[in-house]
Design a protein around this ligand. Structure first.
Ligand SMILES: *Cc1c(COP(=O)(O)O)cnc(C)c1O
Length: 383
């Protein structure tokens, strides 16, 4: 059985895969079919945020798998309710809808933003201002919300009502008018090239939203769950979203997405307005409870410390033009990033790209000895 040829023959060709077949892993180490070890600075795109098979996560998942893997949302299950309470009490948000991915969480956020506006103002106030260079997912609507022309091909007609501002307050203000339901953004644009939008911009948008009863929707799919040194990245700026979404790291290896609703939006959805068969799955939720429990002040302090260590190390290297990002979501501006990512992999280091940068998304708890070994590989490749 040849996995490469089976995959190439039978799996839809949507991914530019690296020619590595991973079979196991633990923490920040991965192993391929030949037993070669890799240091993981990619965490499966910010999913394995506490490392592969993080022990409390694995224990919680196994217990729930053995009890009841699925029941349907027609009934109560405890992991879903416990996770909802945890995430709300940690953030001050009032309610949560559980989905299975980032795109689905964003779909839900968009529906809720539009219904909030419809319930209060009637039709004609459905515009959503998103940002150029954003990324919000791969469904027709979340592609429409994504501010990159490359994603607006082939699948017409896309969902209407999205416009794209530059990440400046002037530009946002110009587009956000009396027909606008929401402003939607990532605090650090991940897929767009690891670009932090900055405190001045974000606080201005937050205040503008509140003055005009425009909802602030923050996509925390990549930035959430400790990645930037706070549980959710908006906490870095003292701003309060009306809706935020998350996924990736909340699951630590299982699919889950969530849309969180604040005071204004908590009661927008009623019976029958939205749903998902797998949403709130007991196994994924049990694991996510263990993830949230692990993201405490100590862990977050460790994220900030590791971040500084990496930035200091990389900034001193000759091949590095700049290092952008926040916490453990970092982009390295360098020549020919894609070739360097492949060279790292060859040397046993997994890193990602974001646009023309090398992107690092290591585990929030990556041990320093492994981190240092990985950075030495980067140094060699960047030289
Ligand atoms: C990954 C990502 C998504 C899409 O998440 P999926 O789980 O792939 O649907 C949406 N928004 C942001 C910011 C992301 O990084």
């Amino acid at each position: 059985m040849n996995i490469f040829s089976f995959d190439e023959q039978y799996v839809a060709s949507t991914y530019g895969r690296q020619k590595v077949h991973f079979v196991s892993g633990k923490g920040s180490l991965l192993y391929d079919e030949n037993g070669k070890e890799y240091i993981d600075f990619g965490t499966g795109i910010a999913v394995n945020g506490l490392g592969v098979k993080f022990q409390p996560w694995l224990d919680a998942v196994k217990v729930q798998l053995d009890l009841l893997p699925h029941a349907s949302n027609l009934y109560y299950t405890s992991p879903c309710a416990l996770l909802a309470e945890k995430i709300c009490s940690r953030t001050g948000m009032k309610k949560v809808f559980f989905a299975n991915s980032g795109a689905e969480a964003n779909e839900c956020a968009i529906k809720v933003a539009r219904k909030y506006s419809f319930d209060k103002y009637g039709s004609g106030r459905e515009k959503i201002v998103a940002l150029k260079n954003s990324f919000h997912g791969r469904t027709i609507t979340t592609l429409a919300a994504t501010g990159q022309d490359a994603f607006h091909k082939y699948f017409m007609p896309f969902t209407e009502g999205f416009v794209f501002a530059e990440p400046t307050f002037e530009s946002v203000k110009e587009l956000a008018d009396e027909h606008t339901a929401a402003i939607m953004l990532e605090t650090v644009q991940g897929e767009g090239g690891v670009n932090p939008l900055g405190e001045e911009f974000l606080t201005a948008v937050d205040a503008f939203c509140k003055e005009n009863d425009i909802l602030l929707v923050i996509d925390e799919v990549q930035t959430g769950n400790g990645r930037t040194g706070k549980l959710y990245s908006y906490e870095n700026y003292g701003i309060t979203p009306d809706i935020f979404t998350t996924a990736k790291g909340l699951g630590n290896g299982l699919p889950i997405g969530a849309a969180l609703f604040g005071e204004k939006t908590a009661s927008v959805l009623g019976k029958g307005d939205h749903g998902s068969t797998f949403g709130g799955n007991p196994v994924a939720c049990a694991g996510a409870c263990a993830v949230l429990d692990a993201i405490d002040d100590d862990l977050l302090a460790g994220v900030a410390e590791r971040s500084k260590y990496i930035i200091d190390f990389l900034s001193a290297l000759p091949g590095v033009k700049s290092v952008t990002g926040l916490g453990l979501m970092l982009g390295i501006e360098t020549d020919d990033a894609a070739a360097k990512v492949a060279a790292c992999l060859e040397k046993g280091l997994v890193v990602l790209t974001a646009k023309n940068k090398i992107r690092l998304l290591p585990a929030l708890n990556i041990p320093y000895d492994i981190l240092k070994k990985g950075l030495e590989v980067l140094k060699e490749v960047l030289a």
